[in-house]
Design a protein. Structure first.
Length: 439
């Protein structure tokens, strides 16, 4: 390799996206310098200045050029431009490589599938996608995963699973699957960086991505006071009032977490009832009693105001006691008001990552979640394309838990193993018949 460019990463403590950025450069064998801005005001100011006013970590620089945060870095990785900037591109293009089994995703479902498939001697190739380690890397406190009575941090659990998968022969690779051609056997799997594989079977464990609202101010302020990850960015807005938007588990957990830093955390939820588990509702109500959280029910956010220089200044909210106020903007009972907060966190659910399976014939529901066989007995993770299996949050829009994703990952690997054995048997008996016909 020619001389490596200088890579610098501003990080903070307890920052899953910083870990993802470091993991990405590690996986490429690229050396980098890190500057931890936690508790160092001078370094933080330096980061903000070099990053054109952005107040979120990580901030990545290559040869003094601002690349940006994790989103921008992984977008460059997706197109192959990151390798170009790092001088990793070689001439000549790559050969198509055949793999017995490809797993899309290194979340809990994909990694569990990789552990089982590795042990089943199917040498899986596991593609990391744009969120290596999946959603669980965004939480510092996993208290309900069996086997860890003291709890475990999401990144630690994921890293343990990666190690376990590698021990059994799984190969993990950075990259994002762009398309799967299921009209040909073996399937043709193309990555966004141009790499192409063929594979006999595919486990789609590609999870789901955080949703945004598309309201005014969102694009401009994402990373400047607006975030979809409280554990990543909460500490940047110490002593500010913070608004969490949502009413499910993630919203409750994020609001509870943010009380460590916020003056007051406000939760805006568009309905009267929360969708979250009772455990999280109880924890939030404890914080309400302590005066650390205030709940605004039947309330929605319609605009975020501020600037990239100064961050979020205030938001516009609408409220109607019948719920879903943005559906009732003409109702005289709908009350619109401005509300001062220094940071906004969206926790409004996820969209399944299934674009790459379009055109394969795999059935999806209206939101894009994969439909699998389900039911009793074997083959529960089969899609209606033989050889393509689905596991985890990309299928399961209801439970969406680490342990349920792990369970489905193991089932998908066992189903794929059975499929691959049948395929091998069919191929060898076809060869035997062909040889007999030649005699
Ligand atoms: C903040 C937060 C806290 C949570 N806390 C808990 C908790 O305490 N306990 C609990 O049980 N659950 C928790 N959850 C839920 C849990 O994280 C998920 O249910 C679980 O991670 C789902 O795992 P998964 O493997 O199905 O999908 P994900 O974790 O979403 O992983 C999907 C993987 O697929 C990859 N991918 C996507 N598209 C492609 C593509 N085109 N090509 C290749 N790869 C692709 C992604 O990069 C990623 O690696 C939490 C979730 C969040 C967001």
């Amino acid at each position: 390799m020619s001389e490596q460019p200088r890579v610098e990463i501003y990080t903070k403590t307890q920052c899953p996206y910083c870990d993802k950025a470091k993991d990405l450069f590690d996986s490429k064998g690229i050396e980098y310098e890190t500057y931890n801005v936690t508790g160092d005001d001078e370094l933080f100011e330096e980061m903000v200045e070099r990053a054109d006013g952005r107040k979120t970590a990580p901030e990545v620089f290559i040869d003094d050029e601002l690349i940006g945060g994790w989103d921008e870095t992984s977008a460059l990785e997706e197109t192959g431009e990151l390798d170009e900037k790092l001088g990793l591109v070689t001439d000549g293009g790559s050969e198509t490589e055949h793999r017995k089994l490809i797993i899309a995703g290194t979340g809990i479902a994909g990694l569990t599938a990789a552990i089982y498939a590795g042990r089943g001697d199917n040498q899986p190739l596991v593609i990391e996608g744009d969120e290596p380690g999946g959603q669980l890397t965004l939480t510092t406190d996993v208290a309900n995963y069996p086997g860890f009575p003291e709890g475990i941090s999401g990144p630690e659990l994921v890293n343990n699973m990666k190690e376990q998968a590698k021990q059994f022969g799984a190969e993990l690779k950075n990259g994002i699957i762009e398309s799967v051609d299921a009209d040909q056997r073996p399937f043709r799997v193309e990555l966004t960086n141009g790499d192409v594989y063929t594979t006999d079977a595919l486990i789609a464990a590609s999870g789901a991505s955080a949703r945004t609202l598309g309201i005014p101010g969102e694009d401009e302020l994402m990373g400047y006071g607006l975030s979809t990850c409280a554990t990543c960015d909460g500490a940047f807005f110490r002593d500010e009032d913070m608004l969490v938007v949502g009413g499910g588990d993630a919203a409750m957990e994020e609001a509870t977490f943010l009380t460590k830093f916020a003056d007051t955390v406000y939760i805006a939820h568009r309905r009267e009832e929360f969708r979250a588990e009772q455990y999280w509702i109880d924890r939030v109500h404890e914080k309400v009693e302590d005066g650390e959280i205030e709940i605004m029910k039947n309330t929605e956010i319609t605009e975020i105001h501020g600037s990239q220089e100064e961050g979020v200044d205030h938001v516009t909210l609408v409220e109607n006691e019948q719920g879903h106020p943005t559906d009732r903007l003409d109702d005289p009972e709908t009350n619109e008001f401005e509300f001062d907060v220094g940071a906004v966190f969206f926790a409004i659910g996820h969209t399944p990552n299934t674009d790459y399976l379009e055109g394969t014939g795999v059935t999806m529901d209206d939101e894009g979640y994969l439909r699998t066989q389900g039911g009793d007995g074997g083959g529960q993770t089969e899609t209606d394309v033989p050889g393509i299996f689905g596991a985890g949050d990309v299928v399961d829009y209801h439970y969406q838990q680490a342990v349920t994703a792990a369970g489905m990952g193991s089932k998908a690997a066992l189903d794929a193993d059975e499929y691959l054995e049948d395929l091998e048997r069919a191929e060898s008996s076809a060869e035997t018949e062909a040889a007999a016909a030649d005699d």
